[in-house]
Design a protein around this ligand. Structure first.
Ligand code: DPP
Ligand code: ZN
Length: 877
């Protein structure tokens, strides 16, 4: 397969202004009559043949301006249709074709799953429904008529407003939908099936009434309240914070159980993975509720950042995704705790994006080439993309950022835009120069920033030397210096912030200050510093970089105890713990005695006893860096067993030292009464369950009994899962009994069963791999359903470092087997799963060899999908 490059972009030869679809649905044949209003692109004149994209379609008829064309006038091949000798001016082109929804296991295009007809068109699925210029810079007004047997599909939905519906003979019926806003084909959607509906309404700032509907499988109507509430809050927030109002009279969400992604922002008709809509206290955890809130908001926010202003081409994906993730992060920060949200986002960035950026799959936030675009819905495009927007926000400040965004919306509304357009609007609207900043979009890799601070007692100055390097990434051996905003503070002896008086800059009243590192090396000076301070650098994680400094354990301990910036306080705790743990990991390998970390435990004790801290923040403060994070910190020759043992031992040691404190916090953070998913109550449960985990890490019988009791008596899924997690990951007699009880209670609930699968797949106990194999035969499991694959195989491969990296390579071979089986069913999901190998070079030689061999075996297979081929070859490098 040949790569597609950004530099080869050119406008299409033709524009399509209108699309009329007439879709006649049956499980095994969907007949689509499509009429396109085509006009030549004046800037590329003289083209007499029209090339349309089309895949897996059975072409029946072609008409041009109402006249049926003979087969000599067009040519079909596996990727599309060429119409020869088209008129010089505008014309209409009608095609009649068929596809097979029931046979569509790739879940892109039009598919039938769980009895529901559903579409997924991003990025290039529309061409599997009908022939089209399937590219985002071609924006058309769509009218869609759906016809189906009423008994089979009583509900018929598409984008926009329903303009007509009626009953036909033979038990058939139809509905016709019209979306007045021009849109690219990837935002087209159609849903048909037997669906229940929950309704509500929202009145916009300008007083328009919007009809809100969530469609779900009948029986699930009682699980939609939280999603609906989140939707209304998102609509109000976007009006208030970004001045953006909803534009149609109806907004619909459909929840389906077979979906490749989390959700999709189709105009007026969002389609969701039902995991991110359905929630009831007894079936969904606090994390599920928080994800639902964030994803409902994310998809809603796309209406302006993605739909009204869309992407010119797929290289600009971050233009809508990075920006919309930034918007949903801000929404969650406003709805919940800003500090906790920032910690969660950085945690996610570091676990998923940093390894991508540091490995063979590294690519810029705006990639310059791809083989399969579906492989670029990555943590880099989404999460790092959001960090770039956040840095712009930091550099501009709230007010100027809003001015820039306002200009972006007015300038580009109704159009397909580029990253350059976005940066120009933000720069013009704010008056801030972003020309150097732009490098962030095309330079891959995580920059490393080195900081070295010195207090000059004689001058009463604090001198901070900063330097930056960005390691080479595939195709980019040399990097230019980036514009890196770094928020800093200086702490005095008492732990309070000192006032900051930068030399050659403006003084910060608040004690925190953002400096711009733009050169490879730069020195910053602060005056009137009368005693030696401790610097707090990169507060709020103002840039997605790896920071190293000359701070030692004493300073980290001090910052962990005192930093006024909650993010950096958490960061200091992580650094401190990480220092102890990496030392202990090395000690384990050398037969030395690990440290007990009494100093660390002492600060944890104070934090647990501080009534002024919010419980969720405390929970974050006391969770040790994950095994994968430690592997990254070590960077090479990683020994997963040593990491696991050292971490578990340190957990147990902390738990022994602080048992009474954990027990007290466990008891004090009970949330009696009716369950509420709000952030405060969720935070208490989170702290409480973190404490339970620590207590159980001691292996004490009373702690295991406490977990068992919580499991038996929990009235909500959060507490039930937390307790089951403790039992399932402990070698104790209660384990099997609890897993069985949970199974028997929830075996008919597909979403809850996913939790049950994932929990067992992430168990550190030996035998996990054979359990996972066994579970693949469970009636609730299916390779055809992406959620099942992610829950069981995905969790094993990406969230169980110890067992996936079993030294004999069995884990790798198992996952590779599933990747190959899945590639025949659903290439997107297969390629995603293969991503588990992306950090293979950081492990010790024996495991590296196993992983290389496994990857080579995959590459040597005939008939790989583009998706898997691209990931496998790039991973091997
Ligand atoms: N465009 C979709 C989203 O990010 C793809 N998953 O919302
Ligand atoms: Zn998105």
């Amino acid at each position: 397969p040949r790569p597609i490059a950004l530099k080869d972009y050119s406008e299409p030869d033709f524009w399509i202004d209108e699309v009329h679809l007439d879709v006649d649905l049956a499980p095994e044949t969907a007949q689509v009559r499509s009429t396109l209003a085509v006009r030549p692109n004046a800037s590329r004149p003289g083209k007499d043949s029209l090339r349309l994209d089309g895949e897996g379609l059975e072409l029946l008829e072609v008409h041009l301006n109402g006249e049926k064309l003979g087969p000599n006038r067009y040519q079909e091949d596996e990727s599309g249709l060429t119409i020869m000798e088209v008129p010089a001016g505008a014309f209409t082109l009608t095609t009649v074709s068929r596809c097979n929804p029931a046979a569509n296991t790739a879940l892109t295009g039009l598919y039938l799953a769980g009895g529901i007809f559903c579409t997924q068109c991003e990025a290039e699925g529309f061409r599997r429904i009908t022939y089209m210029l399937d590219r985002p810079d071609v924006m058309a007004v769509y009218r869609t008529r759906i016809t189906a047997e009423k008994a089979l599909a009583p509900v018929l939905l598409a984008n926009g407003n329903c303009v007509e519906s009626g009953v036909l003979e033979d038990g058939r019926h139809f509905a016709e939908w019209h979306d007045p806003y021009p849109k690219p084909s990837y935002l087209f959607a159609l849903v048909a099936g037997d669906l229940g509906c929950v309704r509500d309404a929202f009145t916009t700032a300008s007083g328009r009434e919007v009809d809100l509907r969530i469609y779900v499988e009948p029986g699930n109507e009682d699980r939609c309240a939280y999603a609906m509430d989140a939707l209304k809050r998102a609509m109000a927030w976007d009006e208030k914070v970004f001045g953006r109002e909803y534009d149609l009279d109806i907004f619909m969400i459909v929840a389906v159980s077979a979906f490749n992604m989390g959700a999709m922002e189709n105009k007026g008709l969002n389609i969701f993975n039902d995991k991110y809509i359905l929630a009831r206290p007894d079936t969904a955890t606090d994390l599920d509720f928080a994800n639902i809130e964030a994803i409902v908001a994310h998809e809603y926010f796309h209406n302006w950042t993605g739909n009204r202003i869309t992407c010119r081409d797929w290289f600009q994906l971050c233009l809508k995704e990075g920006l919309t993730v930034f918007r949903d992060q801000e929404f969650t920060a406003d709805m919940r705790s800003r500090a906790v949200k920032r910690i969660a986002d950085v945690r996610m960035l570091r676990t998923h994006q940093f390894p991508e950026d540091g490995g063979p799959l590294a690519h810029p936030v705006r990639p310059d080439a791809y083989i399969e675009i579906n492989n670029f819905y990555t943590a880099t495009v989404y999460e790092k993309g959001a960090e770039l927007v956040r840095m712009i926000y930091t550099l501009l400040g709230a007010e100027k950022f809003r001015k820039g965004m306002d200009l972006y919306f007015t300038r580009h509304d109704g159009r397909a835009a580029t990253v350059e357009d976005f940066l120009e609007a933000l720069s013009d609207g704010s008056g801030v120069d972003l020309s150097q900043f732009k490098r962030w979009y095309h330079q891959a890799g995580t920059p490393e920033v080195m900081a070295s601070g010195k207090w000059d007692g004689a001058q009463q100055e604090y001198v901070l030397q900063l330097s930056q390097v960005c390691p080479p990434t595939p195709g980019q051996p040399h990097k230019e210096p980036l514009h890196i905003p770094i928020e800093i503070g200086l702490l005095g002896e008492d732990g309070a912030d000192l006032p900051l008086s930068p030399i050659g800059g403006t003084a910060a009243a608040s004690g925190a200050h953002v400096i711009s590192l733009t050169k490879r090396e730069q020195t910053f000076r602060f005056k009137n510093v009368t005693a030696k301070p401790v610097p707090s650098l990169l507060r709020g994680f103002t840039a997605p970089v790896k920071l190293s400094s000359n701070l030692g354990e004493r300073e980290w301990a001090f910052l962990m105890a005192h930093d006024s910036d909650p993010f950096n306080r958490w960061e200091a705790a992580q650094k401190y713990a990480s220092m102890i743990l990496t030392g202990n990991i090395a000690a384990l390998s050398n037969g030395k005695i690990p440290r007990a970390g009494t100093g660390f435990a002492g600060i944890v004790r104070k934090i647990l006893n501080d009534p002024g801290l919010e419980p969720e923040f405390v929970a974050q403060m006391i969770v040790l860096p994950a095994e994968q994070t430690l592997a990254q910190a070590i960077g090479q020759d990683v020994d997963v067993e040593a990491i696991h043992s050292a971490r578990e031992a340190f957990r147990a040691s902390l738990a022994e030292q602080l048992y009474a404190e954990f027990e007290r916090a466990y008891n004090e953070n009970e949330t009696p009464g009716t369950y509420s998913p709000d952030a405060e109550a969720a935070g208490k449960r989170s702290l409480r369950n973190t404490c339970l985990g620590y207590m159980a890490a001691t292996g004490r019988a009373d702690a295991i009994a406490l977990a068992k009791n919580q499991f038996d008596t929990a009235d909500n899924m959060t507490d039930s899962m937390a307790a089951l997690g403790v039992l399932a990951h402990t070698d104790c007699p209660e384990r099997e009994e609890a897993l069985r009880a949970f199974h028997d209670r929830w075996k008919d609930d597909h979403l809850v069963m996913d939790k049950w699968f994932a929990l067992q797949a992430t168990s550190p106990l030996p035998g996990t791999l054979s359990r996972v194999r066994e579970l693949m035969a469970h009636p609730a499991f299916s390779l055809r359903n992406p959620n099942k694959v992610r829950a069981l195989i995905g969790s094993f491969a990406t969230a169980n470092q110890l067992r996936f990296h079993e030294s004999g390579g069995e884990g790798y071979r198992f996952v590779a087997e599933q990747v190959l089986a899945l590639d025949k069913i659903n290439p997107q999901v297969a390629a995603r799963l293969l991503g588990a190998f992306k950090s293979w070079r950081q492990f010790e030689p024996v495991r590296q060899a196993h992983m290389r061999e496994t990857l080579e075996r995959i590459v040597s297979q005939a008939e790989l999908s583009r998706d898997v081929y691209e990931i496998a070859t790039k991973t091997l490098g």
